[in-house]
Design a protein around this ligand. Structure first.
Ligand code: SAM
Length: 221
């Protein structure tokens, strides 16, 4: 990885206040609990916050919680009566996230549902979680196609969908990849392209997390 990418990330994180003591304590808690540092970067977290604010999001779905770093950024964008539900496979990750959300003072706005997201998503509507206006997809990439299909069922018209890690060091262009994650991302891209309800783009990024990127989409239903 080009060391300048990290340096520039740090410059702008400091300059534009993408880190603060609470967020630093969240990353410390994740590290101490042995969680992998695969959360979004501080600048990416703030980007999610700004996107949710621009959208005026009130009802957010997140797939892939880890220690709640992105969850907290998104929850900070919510109005007083806003809600966020986040889906996480690992009980351990969910427990760390729960404590982090409490530490950040956003736990009252957030529900963490534990289990494989493809099992949780079909139950969301009956549990009273639906009509999402913003979705952040950031779990196991091989299941991105299913996550997109469920998201389309659960969102309202005009909803924003952000999908992380869709470039993977450029490996997304490998047509014959046997990697389940790459296959999932390519199928996700096929679904985005084929669905006339969706307008989308992909943004390549470099930074402290290397060379990757995200998909940004708007859904009209
Ligand atoms: N969004 C987080 C952040 O930026 O702070 C990072 C999420 S991390 C990239 C992916 C998370 O998805 C991990 O915590 C992992 O346990 C979880 N995950 C993996 N497979 C999953 C599944 N089938 N259902 C739900 N969560 C899953």
């Amino acid at each position: 990885m080009n060391p300048l990418w990290k340096q520039v990330d740090e410059y702008y994180s400091d300059k534009l206040h993408a880190m603060d003591p609470v967020m630093a304590s969240v990353l410390k808690a994740n590290n101490e609990a042995g969680l992998p540092s695969i959360d979004v970067s501080p600048l990416q977290g703030k980007q999610l916050y700004l996107l949710a604010k621009l959208k005026g999001a009130k009802n957010i779905l997140e797939i892939g919680t880890l220690g709640g770093f992105s969850t907290i950024w998104l929850a900070r964008a919510l109005p007083e009566d806003g809600r966020l539900v986040t889906l996480e496979f690992s009980e351990k990750h969910a427990a760390v996230a729960h404590e982090n959300l409490r530490r950040a003072g956003v736990d009252q706005k957030v529900d963490i549902l534990v289990g494989p997201a493809l099992d949780t998503l079909p139950k969301l509507h009956d549990k009273g979680f639906s009509d999402f206006d913003f979705v952040f997809i950031d779990a196991d990439k091989r299941n991105n196609p299913g996550y997109l299909q469920w998201s389309l069922d659960l969102v309202i018209s005009g909803a924003v969908i952000v999908g992380d890690n869709v470039i993977r060091n450029g490996r997304v262009v490998e047509e014959n990849s046997e990697d389940e994650g790459i296959k999932g991302i390519r199928e996700f891209a096929d679904l985005l392209a084929a669905d006339t309800r969706i307008e989308s783009t992909a943004v390549q990024t470099v930074g402290s997390k290397g060379y990757d990127g995200f998909v940004l989409a708007v859904v009209q239903k």
